[in-house]
Design a protein around this ligand. Structure first.
Ligand code: ATP
Ligand code: MG
Length: 522
């Protein structure tokens, strides 16, 4: 049979080891340790002070002590040398101060004992127990408290590590949740362990429905444009080193949606034994990058084609005219000069349009407002175009009460000219072209219609896009595909709208609306 105090001691030690394994919340753990220690040493009060990371001490748990006394103790602890090494830790000095303080705090009968909490040769805190009856703590008491303090030290360390890991995890969660790029954490067997909201949004599924699926069933390539897929790279021995990241670019299959252009970087996570534990995949949506690339190549081809043709024509006519061995009659000279003039106009217009398009992209397409009589403006533009085409009949049809509106006259001239030049250019068979105006309660609507081939339904959604030309138009006519793009920009800058009106009878009708009360901007 064990003597009674040994049984109690064993029970207390058992309880504290239970606390160590069960309690991961530092505050409740310290309260529990202190309660057990105080009971075990038949004390009435106690406290645990932990060393702060940034230096100094903090009373982390106390029991049976008044706030005033704790405040005393705090100033006292502030004077304890900041020494982590247990060999240099002045325990006897602490005990001396504790004794002195207990007397000074007029607790009369109170005696106290203090011991350091040591983990891996480092002092991480101190534990104090007080009794309110006379008599010193025996060496047995101190030994008991020390074995207790040792256990408590480990428990505190565990709880601290746990708190640290939890904080790390919270940080990692926040990082994953807020990242703009898609992220996947993949197990070595390719099961997706985690997926962030950005990735779920990219593929249009919920994060939960992606988790636990295999990488192959989620990352399905419609086509790979650059690099090796994860599977191919692994069959080739990837990763050979811990820093061997893998980059692959291509179009990702998306259920019920268009493929998504992405670039994926795979980074291996290898443990010290050299085994692959995880693969972290960062998925970047490169749609904009691709669009910019495509736009750049369209731009270059449009420029080279559209600029080259008029320049070649001008050069051809000029070289012919200046041949010294030939004398041209007046009609030939006049016709040649007409062509040169027209081609120069075309060049000027193209350059203007390109400049406007780039201004627009830079957000610098400005409009300056004044009163505009659209009816008169339409008449003037129609007159100008009548001289250019004898095949077409251009009519202007506005009601007498059509109001004067507020707008940018120069820009609106550009819009009407673009619409009219399209109508002439695309209705090669001639016919009637009509500019009509309509006044509604809040807005005016102007339409330009022709009797040409019309715009096919699949082209309608795109005709206002930059550089867009129907395949039919590209085959038969010249143009950069900027006219309607700029027209839409101008109309929208006025607060209006532009659209293709369906015409079951054939031909094309493009209309725009402008608010009657557009606010004057400076
Ligand atoms: P640009 O105006 O820059 O010289 P473009 O005329 O080809 O070139 P847009 O005016 O923007 O460019 O027109 C875009 C496309 O819309 C044209 O290529 C053509 O396919 C179609 N389109 C526009 N207007 C008509 C029309 N009146 N009839 C038939 N198709 C049209
Ligand atoms: Mg055009």
């Amino acid at each position: 049979m064990l003597p009674d105090f040994r049984v109690r001691q064993r029970d207390y030690l058992l309880e504290i080891s239970r606390a160590i394994t069960q309690e991961l919340n530092l505050e409740s753990l310290l309260a529990r340790i202190l309660r057990i220690a105080t009971e075990m040493l038949a004390g009435q009060a106690g406290l645990i002070a932990l060393k702060e990371e940034k230096g100094g001490w903090e009373i982390s748990a106390s029991q049976g002590l008044s706030t005033a006394f704790l405040r005393y103790l705090e100033t006292l602890l502030a004077g304890v040398p900041d020494q982590k090494d247990p060999a240099l830790f002045e325990l006897s000095e602490i005990n001396r101060i504790v004794q002195e303080l207990t007397r000074a705090a007029s607790f009369g009968m109170l005696t106290g004992v203090g011991l350091p909490l040591i983990v891996r040769q480092q002092v991480i805190g101190v534990i104090f127990i007080f009794r309110n009856y006379a008599g010193v703590f025996s060496s047995n008491d101190t030994a008991l408290l020390q074995s207790f303090a040792d256990q408590a030290g480990i428990a505190v360390q565990n709880a601290r590590l746990y708190t640290q890991i939890r904080r790390e995890k919270q940080r990692m969660d926040a990082l994953l949740d807020s990242a703009a790029d898609g992220m996947l954490i993949i197990a070595a067997d390719h099961t997706i362990e985690r997926c962030n909201p950005a990735f779920a949004r990219m593929v249009g599924s919920a994060t939960e429905s992606i988790r636990n699926r295999s990488h192959e069933s989620v990352i399905r390539w419609v086509q790979v444009k650059d690099g090796l897929t994860l599977e191919k790279a692994e069959s080739g021995g990837w990763p050979l080193t811990p820093n061997a990241t893998l980059y692959v670019e291509g179009d990702l299959e998306r259920p019920g949606n268009l493929p998504l252009p992405v670039g994926i970087t795979y980074a291996p996570l290898i443990n010290p034994e050299g085994t692959l534990v995880n693969i972290v995949a960062t998925v970047r949506d490169i749609t904009r990058f691709r669009e910019a690339e495509e736009l750049k190549s369209t731009f270059i081809s449009v420029i080279s084609h559209e600029l080259k043709t008029p320049v070649a024509l001008i050069k051809g006519y000029v070289s012919t005219l200046r041949r010294e061995d030939a004398s041209w009659d007046r009609a030939v000279v006049r016709d040649s000069l007409t062509v040169i003039e027209e081609e120069t106009d075309r060049l000027t217009e193209l350059i203007e349009n390109l400049l406007d398009a780039s201004r627009l992209q830079a957000g610098a397409l400005s409009i300056s407002l004044s009163d505009v009589a659209l009816h008169g403006l339409a008449e003037r533009i129609a007159e100008k175009f009548r001289t250019q085409s004898s095949q077409h009949t251009i009519l202007v049809d506005f009601p007498a009460d059509f109001p004067v509106i507020v707008g940018d006259e120069g820009r609106l001239t550009q819009v009407l000219s673009n619409l009219l030049s399209n109508a002439i250019k695309y209705s090669t068979g001639g016919g009637e072209i009509r500019i009509s105006g309509q006044s509604l309660p809040d807005q005016v609507v102007v339409c330009v219609s022709d009797q040409g081939p019309g715009i096919s339904p699949e082209d309608i959604p795109h005709v206002f896009d930059r550089f867009y030309r129907s395949s039919e138009a590209s085959k038969k006519t010249k143009g950069a595909g900027l006219g309607l793009y700029l027209a839409r920009a101008v109309i929208e800058a006025h607060g209006g709208r532009i659209w293709v009106d369906p015409r079951p009878g054939g031909g094309t009708r493009i209309c725009f609306s402008l608010p009657k009360d557009a606010k004057r901007k400076e």
